[in-house]
Design a protein around this ligand. Structure first.
Ligand code: C2E
Ligand code: MG
Ligand code: MG
Ligand code: MG
Length: 285
């Protein structure tokens, strides 16, 4: 919309920016009722053990089936949900669904299926006073042990975190919930800071995996990953890698000592039944 301010000042219209703003506005308005209308759904992507290829768990990734725009990825609406505060009920819904799904897998596959569920947490959920209580109730209602749950928090959310922010995470970790540092290595990584955080898993960012794509891989990147893995292991942290798209990457990351991997090479995020199939193939050879 070209606006005229006063008599002779004009701004050029930017139709694309306008369209983006209109969509953003529309999505923001539709968000609060989307949860009640049941427009969100969750896809699951397996987490695979690099040593033996077995499915160890899955990450829950939320999507929005918008009546006009079709399926929207989290990058389109999570920032809006964070901004409007809807992330708290939405995040609670994702947690509840995911934990119930983990319970269903366990019932169906006993100990052969994907046993653990990873759920992403926004910074706003960390500061919300109900986090610990909600999580305990959700686990109890579903009859799932805390050690079957891993909450993923981005490294950037915890940069400079004070004790008040870390307290709920500590409580959850004490109960047996795993805390993973997501997208690790993208932010300003203060490695010494790791000791202070109640995390038990490092999730190495996709950018590291991407550099393993080239052959031979950049020797400096190899050294960096090797260093992160040895530091993590010496602090008793497990290392997961995301964004594994080829067998060569998986092999390289396995040699470097990473524990678990996730990526299109194994499976794209999909409906819970697809994970059943993968785990089944896996369990039967
Ligand atoms: P993330 O936690 O780092 O999740 C991994 C992202 O990488 C997912 O994108 C996944 O689909 C994508 N991915 C997986 N394997 C590959 C691969 O081999 N190659 C490539 N190029 N990409 C791969 P997605 O589903 O679009 O999610 C984006 C981000 O949205 C997530 O990043 C996470 O931070 C956030 N998110 C997703 N679900 C939730 C949620 O329930 N709550 C919150 N707060 N954030 C969420
Ligand atoms: Mg994640
Ligand atoms: Mg990640
Ligand atoms: Mg990532």
């Amino acid at each position: 919309r070209a606006k005229s301010a006063g008599g002779n000042r004009f701004e050029l219209a930017d139709p694309e920016a306008d369209a983006r703003a209109i969509t953003r506005h529309g999505l923001t308005t539709a968000l609060p009722t989307a949860l009640d209308r049941g427009e969100f759904f969750i896809e699951y992507q397996p987490l695979v053990h690099l040593g033996d290829g077995s499915v160890r768990g899955a990450e829950a990734l939320v999507r929005w089936l918008h009546p006009q725009h079709g399926i929207l990825g989290p990058d389109r609406f999570i920032p809006l949900a964070e901004h409007t505060g809807l992330i708290v009920p939405l995040g609670r819904w994702v947690l509840e669904q995911s934990v119930r799904q983990a319970r269903a897998w366990r019932e169906r596959y006993h100990d052969d299926g994907p046993l653990r569920i990873n759920v992403n947490l926004s910074p706003c959920q960390l500061t919300h006073p109900g986090l610990v209580q909600d999580t305990v109730e959700i686990l109890e209602r579903a009859g799932v042990q805390p050690d079957a749950l891993c909450l993923e928090v981005t490294e950037s959310a915890l940069i400079g975190a004070d004790d008040a922010l870390l307290k709920p995470l500590r409580r959850l970790a004490e109960m047996g919930v795993d805390i993973a540092l997501d997208d690790f290595g993208t932010g300003y990584s203060n490695l010494a800071n790791l000791r202070r955080l109640p995390v038990s898993v490092l999730k190495l960012d996709r950018s590291f995996t991407q550099s393993m794509q080239r052959f031979p891989a950049d020797p400096v990147d190899l050294k960096i990953v090797e260093g992160i893995v040895s530091l993590a292991h010496s602090l008793d942290l497990a290392v997961t890698v995301e964004g594994v798209e080829t067998g060569a990457q998986a092999e390289q990351l396995r040699i470097l000592g990473c524990d678990t991997a996730q990526g299109w090479y194994y499976a794209r995020p999909g409906p819970p039944d697809r994970l059943h199939e993968l785990a089944l193939v896996d369990a039967t050879g």
